[in-house]
Design a protein around this ligand. Structure first.
Ligand SMILES: C=C(O[C@@H]1C=C(C(=O)O)C=C[C@H]1O)C(=O)O
Length: 360
């Protein structure tokens, strides 16, 4: 949690920090209409995409420079701060000419250290807030590295935006939420304010409120939400944008939890439950240690008989059986699968280590 940093950067912060605005600037009227709908609503800044990195050519790629002039007009008229995504040094230069209040580096750009470095170099000596979206894949090193490149170039007002991760397996969301990634960023860089972009995670407007709430429950410092005066006619990302009315109603119904409570009853109950969890975790680890002892015995037997470490049929049986058992315990299939895969990998490591040592 680092909302004080956002306040120090000069952004209005209401109950939580929030950036809102259309996916793309489309027309001057659309930009102004959005700004008018957002004014005096505790908005940190109005967002709008000016250059849109699209997966395939031929789709709408942003209005370019004239969009910056529209945003500048919207700022003059409403007093809202304005921000957009930059993907190359020429974008940075144009944004600085228009005095944009905040910039962010998009997910595709964060994926490429050369691009981030070029943007960082273009930002040398500039003191505006810069936010870095997580890369397309679940590679936290690229995210941290992007933030570090900007910091090394002298950018001091740094933040991060979590927009989920591209996944061919994900069906419900456009980008898998993979909360472990922002939680790890919070641990590694606690001084960096962290904002969630539920619009890009969800891809569908009806899912946005639940993900925004989850972000609040996970102590994100704020949200970046796509809001369009008429989402169905939007030139990009039509299905994930909220109307201003939907956006405001979502903001009003968001619950903002605290990290702690002063209630001693709460604290005592939590301490008791946490002790129980500590006890269970110790037993899980003891059992895992025992499992690995057995696995190593098997490894020695296999080694003597020149039998392979990997036993695909046995592994398939184990997976099917544990997933089924997990269902009876209200453990999701994907959790049990990931857990067993980790255990299997550790088992293979034990058997292989013994094999190599035995051979040596
Ligand atoms: C332990 C064994 O070796 C490997 C590890 C397994 C496990 O951890 O359960 C299962 C099958 C093998 O791929 C075994 O052959 O049973």
């Amino acid at each position: 949690m680092n909302q004080s940093a956002l306040k120090n950067w000069g952004f209005p912060v209401g109950r939580t920090f929030v950036a809102a605005g259309p996916c793309s600037a489309e027309t001057e009227e659309q930009v102004l209409e959005t700004a008018r709908a957002l004014v005096n609503k505790d908005i940190g800044f109005m967002r709008a995409g000016i250059w849109k990195p699209r997966t395939r050519p031929g789709s709408f790629e942003g209005v370019g420079l004239k969009g910056l002039a529209w945003m500048d007009r919207a700022r003059t008229e409403t007093g809202l701060k304005i921000g957009t995504e930059v993907a190359e040094p020429s974008h940075v230069e144009a944004c600085l000419e228009y005095g944009m209040d905040v910039l962010w580096v998009g997910a595709r750009t964060t994926t490429n250290p050369f691009s981030v470095q070029a943007i960082a170099d273009a930002l040398r000596g500039v003191d505006i807030p810069v936010l870095v979206k997580n890369p397309m894949s679940a590679d936290i090193g690229l995210w941290v590295g992007g933030i570090e490149r900007l910091a090394n170039a002298g950018v001091t007002k740094l933040g991060a935006i979590h927009r989920g991760v591209s996944s061919s397996l994900e069906m419900r969301y456009r980008n898998a939420p993979v909360w472990t990634m922002p939680i790890e960023l919070m641990r590694l860089m606690p001084e960096i304010p962290l904002i969630c972009d539920p619009s890009h995670i969800c891809g569908k407007s009806e899912l946005v409120a639940a993900i925004a709430q989850e972000a609040m429950d996970l102590l994100f410092d704020g949200l970046m939400v796509e809001v369009h005066p008429d989402p169905s006619s939007a030139w990009s990302d039509a299905s994930q944008q909220l109307t201003p009315v939907e956006f405001l109603s979502m903001m009003n119904s968001l619950e903002m939890p605290y990290e702690q409570s002063d209630s001693t009853v709460f604290q005592n109950k939590m301490t008791g439950l946490r002790n129980d969890v500590d006890e269970v975790d110790s037993r899980i680890l003891e059992f895992l240690g025992r499992r690995m002892d057995i696995v190593r015995d098997m490894g020695r037997l296999k080694s003597e008989q020149h039998v392979s470490t990997l036993q695909p049929r046995r592994w398939q049986e184990i997976l099917d059986d544990r997933i089924k058992k997990g269902q009876g315990l209200d453990l999701s299939e994907s959790f049990v699968q990931q857990l067993m895969q980790s255990i299997h990998e550790e088992a293979i490591r034990h058997q292989e280590t013994d094999r190599i040592e035995g051979a040596g």
